[in-house]
Design a protein around this ligand. Structure first.
Ligand code: FNR
Length: 190
């Protein structure tokens, strides 16, 4: 079974995207995948700056995250929408992981041929859908195979119980559908 990384684009306490990421991780585990749910607070990275990279290379947290991307067969990105796009945290992760560490390393090595699934959650009516439009474009342009199915959870703060369970059956079915397609494509490509 494929190795899946689940990456939330929020480090906020009580984040609805972190809750959705945890639901996705559980569904993927139930489907038999090997799953790692990332806690974005574990990867405190400076805002990407090429001067910093030239002086010091990749920070340890960026190397660690890049190694996890490289080892995974698929990544599920779970992003909030900020002003109609992805969060600076998510873009910063994507940018640091996109960098090479040696001259002979192929560019975008952590991304090329990787499978991705997209999820978002927001209090708003669109559920963060506009962020996913941008995320799909960014990932597609760096060689990631993003599955067509995606899901944006609207009214998100009201859709989890106190234990973090997603209480909306239709939403749960949609998340399961994305996870199933990610596992299926990653398995075919393995
Ligand atoms: C938001 N939020 C928001 N929501 C949305 O649906 N569309 C948007 O364009 C924006 N824009 C936006 C900008 C900024 C700077 C912030 C801080 C927030 C609201 C956002 O969806 C809400 O705060 C979520 O709860 C953020 O996700 P987490 O942190 O709960 O996962």
């Amino acid at each position: 079974m494929p190795k899946l990384l689940i990456l939330p684009g929020s480090a906020r306490r009580g984040s609805v995207n972190c809750k959705l990421a945890a639901v996705a991780a559980q569904l993927a585990t139930e489907a038999g995948a090997e799953v790692e749910l990332i806690d974005s607070n574990d990867y405190e990275l400076p805002l990407f700056n090429q001067d910093l990279e030239d002086a010091e290379g990749l920070p340890p947290a960026a190397k660690e995250l890049k190694a996890k991307f490289t080892a995974a067969d698929a990544i599920v990105f779970v992003s909030p929408e900020y002003n109609s796009s992805i969060t600076p945290l998510m873009k910063n992760f994507i940018d640091w992981v996109s960098r090479t560490e040696t001259d002979d390393e192929p560019s975008l090595s952590a991304y090329r041929g990787k499978v991705a699934g997209l999820l978002s959650a927001s209090p708003g009516a669109l559920g963060g859908l506009r962020a996913l439009v941008h995320l799909r474009s960014i990932l597609g342009n760096i060689g990631v195979l993003v599955v067509p199915k995606q899901f944006a959870l609207s009214g998100a703060p009201d859709k989890f119980d106190e234990s973090g369970k997603l209480t909306d059956d239709s939403a749960l079915k949609s998340v399961r559908g994305v996870i199933r397609d990610v596992i299926s494509l990653a398995t075919k490509l393995a």
